[in-house]
Ligand binder design. Structure first.
Ligand code: SF4
Ligand code: SF4
Length: 374
């Protein structure tokens, strides 16, 4: 099925020379602004003040177990695929204090809530795969029986500037999951990047207010068509896909397949794949108490289905070997999530392939286990 890459909204054109105005408009509206930056050999979200902070001309090379950057003389700021980290750490920090507990002079337990301040934060350059990942984080943290207040505070303060993706990496397969390369939901403003500037579209009231503050003019039909052609090309360039048909049922019928043992022998159980995945939300609660015992701090920190501790039940792990932990990760993401959240847990960002030190490829493993050629 061909991926729909049409741009249906009204588009405004912002010339390349005026791109700094977007950062200024966001700051004037009270947002701290994060955007993609080249740091320590990767592109990742970090605070930005000037448009020059963004990765102008940088391209990425992502392959199984490999990430490299190279610079070109292009004028584009977003000519790369998924950054090293998704939005996840911004709404669900890797380690977060939940509360402190201490005994008062009368010996009674006193609880103090953690500082719940959440600043207004705008993020530039968010890809469609990461908006889908955020949707899944929202489903988990906000739409269950016990919504998470700390997550909600951060989430409400987010302003998201999406970038429709014209430069997929070798590891990307968002077109096959139906999540990209054009972002369809979950953003305030979206950018289609051309060499001469940006086509902008607003998708929320807050996004429209920022757009109205920028020196734009109506985009031309030629510009719209050029952007759509680039997105169609980006979709067509993606070679990876997940198996079709009723994948949850097919995986469910192969729980005893020998292939789980084969991938278990390659997997280092390092947890890189779960850390970089935009939708993985597993966490552990831990307590830290200083030697004086005066106060205990309860923390929530990222956990992974690849750790022994994550499957501890009555003092021992129920998933004792790496093969069973890999099976848990893959079947939960591609099968169980349909029941829990109404869709697959994978948005095709490809990070788990890029950042796996063994280059294990979720699309190839899923195809092999489901009994299909990759
Ligand atoms: S499972 Fe892999 S490809 Fe899918 S969303 Fe997570 S990190 Fe991205
Ligand atoms: S699949 Fe790769 S990234 Fe994930 S735990 Fe195994 S070795 Fe690490």
């Amino acid at each position: 099925m061909a991926t729909d890459c049409t741009l249906v909204a009204e588009l405004r054109f912002l010339a390349a020379a005026d791109r700094q105005r977007l950062i200024e408009a966001l700051r004037e509206a009270g947002y701290a602004v994060h955007g993609p930056r080249v740091q320590e050999g990767v592109i990742r979200y970090a605070p930005v003040e000037r448009i020059e902070d963004l990765p102008r001309g940088w391209r990425d090379i992502q392959e199984p177990g490999r990430y490299r950057l190279r610079q070109t003389d292009e004028n584009r700021l977003f000519a790369w695929a998924a950054p090293a980290a998704s939005l996840k750490p911004l709404v669900f920090p890797p380690r977060e204090i939940l509360f402190h507990a201490r005994r008062d002079a009368d010996g009674r337990l006193r609880f103090e809530a953690a500082d719940g301040a959440a600043p207004k934060l705008a993020v530039l350059g968010v890809r469609a795969c990461d908006l889908a990942g955020l949707y899944l984080q929202d489903r988990h943290f906000l739409q269950g029986a016990h919504p998470d207040e700390a997550y909600r505070r951060r989430r409400r303060k987010l302003f998201l500037v999406a970038v429709h993706c014209a430069h997929p990496a070798d590891t990307c397969f968002c077109a096959a999951t139906g999540d990209g390369p054009v972002a369809r939901y979950g953003f305030d403003l979206a950018i289609s990047e051309l060499e001469e500037g940006w086509l902008l579209e607003a998708r929320s009231h807050a996004g429209q207010e920022i757009l109205d503050a920028l020196p734009t003019r109506a985009a031309g039909e030629t510009q719209r068509k050029a952007a759509e052609a680039a997105f169609r090309q980006a979709a067509a360039a993606q070679r990876r896909r997940l198996p079709g048909g009723d994948l949850p049922a097919r995986l469910g019928g192969r729980l005893d397949a020998e292939l789980w043992q084969a991938v278990g022998r390659r997997c280092l159980a390092c947890g890189n794949c779960t850390a970089v995945c935009p939708s993985c939300f597993c966490h552990a609660h831990v307590e830290e108490t200083p030697l004086t015992g005066a106060r205990t701090t309860r923390l929530r920190q990222w956990d992974s289905c690849f750790t022994a501790g994550h499957s501890l039940l009555h003092g021992r792990p129920v998933r004792e070997d790496t093969a069973s932990r890999y099976r848990q990760w893959l079947t939960h993401k591609l099968s169980g999530w349909h029941e829990q959240y109404g869709r697959s847990g994978c948005s095709g960002c490809g990070r788990c392939i890029t950042w796996c030190p063994e280059g294990i490829d979720i699309t190839a493993e899923a195809a092999a286990i489901a009994g299909e050629e990759a």
